[in-house]
Design a protein. Structure first.
Ligand SMILES: [Zn+2]
Length: 101
């Protein structure tokens, strides 16, 4: 997977297209991610005590990582991720400004 937890990404398809958010969780096996504020579903929370009202909260659900582009923190543009190798180390780089991510 090219993105990881904590990255800021831009949603490029689906109903949340254009939204930006931080990756809260990644599921590498399924190639899915959870992004703050994207792919929200309403969940009904039952009241914890009698007399309280149930609440509706919106929670972000996982969706395919292919639907996002990484926002480069250096140049501030949505970009593709490239890799650079130095010895045994692998770095992610922004394909636009070439800086390490
Ligand atoms: Zn960049």
């Amino acid at each position: 997977m090219k993105v990881k937890k904590g990255d800021t990404v831009l949603v490029i398809s689906g109903k949340d297209r254009g939204k930006q958010g931080k990756i809260l969780d990644v599921f590498p096996k399924e190639e899915k991610i959870v992004v703050e504020g994207a792919n929200l579903r309403k969940r009904h929370m039952r009241p914890k005590r009698s007399g309280e009202k149930g609440q509706i909260v919106e929670v972000p659900l996982p969706f395919p990582a292919s639907k996002v582009k990484l926002m480069c923190p250096k140049c501030g543009k949505p970009t593709r991720v490239g890799y650079k190798f130095e010895g045994n180390k692998k770095y992610r780089i922004c394909k636009k400004c070439k800086s390490e991510l």
